[in-house]
Ligand binder design. Structure first.
Ligand SMILES: Cc1cc2nc3c(=O)[nH]c(=O)nc-3n(C[C@H](O)[C@H](O)[C@H](O)COP(=O)(O)OP(=O)(O)OC[C@H]3O[C@@H](n4cnc5c(N)ncnc54)[C@H](O)[C@@H]3O)c2cc1C
Length: 401
């Protein structure tokens, strides 16, 4: 008799995408293992985490459908109603205001750990999902009937393995997915800014010659910073004392936030883009950053990952109604790939294009960009359509209900 642990589905990675998928599959009675090399994050407390994401209305809807939204610590989630886009040395503005499409708000800024903690409370409350942390994966083999995942905690046999293990996905590598990838030559400096003024529930994106700088409302007197800039420039900023960094930031913001009081912690993440040729193969599927890594300038990566997870959960739940359902069948998984890959491709290309266009420091382009922002601001139908998509309110969102 085999001494492997047997499951219908093994999900590798309990980040935003993997934990959303597990939660979405909780009501199915499929037998699931959720594996991570790290423990689940504790309940958020004290200072804000450095990893914060803007979760749009589409992600909120999915998290509500899987009963995880009410478990998020709402005192640490902040609503934003507007996004304002501008560029250095220009007074042109492009403003997205949720009330223009009859919506009360655009989304929330929430620490990733706050969301994952809520999802894991949901996952660990059901008995068809085993969460196993501290795991080290060593190999993967796929045959016609099942897959085998070799780990330092034994062999896991499953009909389907889902790689939700982030941008440097080991599952993607072991399964041999071909990918297109590259480095933007930029890093993103993140941190929590404590300042004197009022953020007015508005997220602010300023395109500088060094790259886009985002200021996102986190709490009264607090904003989350996402400053994408050339790597050398980012490294220099990280070496600065807190006061010197605040001076550099105030200069980059051109006084937008008023007086910055403190920013004790900061970190920088190298920015890469990656898209594999396929999201699925026989008995393997990729979701979240394992399936696509996107520039953070529009704050979409987490939202795309949660939507992947919702879409895959919906397909597997629907198919699970059928007799002798096999979740690893290629034709089942292809439905997920056909649904999600073209949508994600559009966002990936758009973000790379915008980053390139706005990072070029040429006077002629700068004037054109400025005119472009003014025109886009006045062209209401296109603006509203763009806003609906950025808020995840398009019709092809997953519906797990
Ligand atoms: C600076 C920055 C700012 C961002 N801001 C936003 C934003 O405002 N809005 C937004 O939507 N997105 C944002 N993003 C993107 C967002 O953070 C990611 O898209 C999202 O966190 C990806 O979630 P994930 O679950 O796919 O991957 P991850 O969060 O990377 O989770 C992967 C999980 O897999 C585990 N794991 C990895 N390898 C293994 C292994 N070999 N074995 C076992 N477990 C493994 C990890 O421990 C982790 O728990 C930002 C990204 C960056 C870099």
């Amino acid at each position: 008799m085999s001494n492997s642990k047997q499951y219908d589905i093994v999900i590798v990675g309990a980040g935003l995408a993997g934990a959303t998928l597990a939660s979405g599959l909780a009501p199915t009675r499929l037998n699931i293992a959720l594996l991570d090399r790290n423990p689940a994050p504790p309940a958020p407390s004290g200072d804000y985490d450095l990893r914060v994401s803007s979760l749009n209305r589409g992600s909120e809807n999915i998290l509500k459908q899987i009963d995880a939204w009410p478990l998020i610590d709402a005192s640490r989630a902040w609503r934003y109603d507007k996004v304002q886009v501008c560029q250095q040395d220009s007074s042109s503005r492009l403003t997205f205001d949720s009330t223009e499409i009859g919506e009360p708000y655009m989304g929330h800024m929430i620490e990733n750990s706050n969301v994952v903690h809520a999802l894991m409370r949901r996952v660990t409350a059901v008995n068809n999902i085993d969460f196993i942390d501290g795991i080290n994966i060593t190999d993967l083999s796929v045959n016609d009937q099942s897959t085998e995942l070799e780990t330092d905690q034994g062999i896991f046999e499953a009909k389907l393995i889902v790689g939700a293990d982030g941008p440097r996905s080991l599952i993607r590598k072991l399964a041999g997915f071909e990918e297109t990838q590259g480095f933007y030559g930029q890093k993103c400096i993140v941190g929590t800014v404590n300042f004197d003024g009022n953020h007015r529930q508005t997220a602010w994106q300023r395109f500088l010659s060094t790259g886009p700088l985002g200021i996102l409302p986190l709490a009264p007197g607090y904003c989350s910073l996402a400053w994408s800039c050339e790597s050398d420039f980012a490294d220099e900023r990280l070496q600065e004392s807190e006061q010197d960094f605040i001076n550099s930031l105030e200069q980059a913001l051109d006084g937008h936030l008023g007086n910055i009081k403190a920013m004790p912690k900061r970190a920088a993440y190298p920015l890469t883009h990656m898209h594999p040729q396929n999201y699925v193969s026989h008995r393997i599927a990729l979701i979240g950053d394992a399936a696509h890594t996107i520039h953070p300038l529009a704050g979409l990566g987490a939202n795309l990952g949660i939507t992947d997870a919702g879409a895959l959960a919906q397909i597997l739940s629907e198919q699970n109604q059928q007799k002798s359902f096999d979740p690893g069948q290629h034709q089942v998984l292809r439905r997920y790939e056909r649904w999600r890959k073209p949508q994600n491709q559009i966002y990936l290309s758009t973000m790379s294009g915008l980053n390139m266009l706005f990072s070029k420091n040429l006077h002629s382009i700068s004037s054109l960009r400025s005119i472009g922002l003014s025109i886009a601001d006045k062209f209401t139908p296109a603006k509203n359509l763009l806003m609906q998509r950025a808020m995840g309110l398009n019709a092809d969102q997953p519906d797990l209900t």
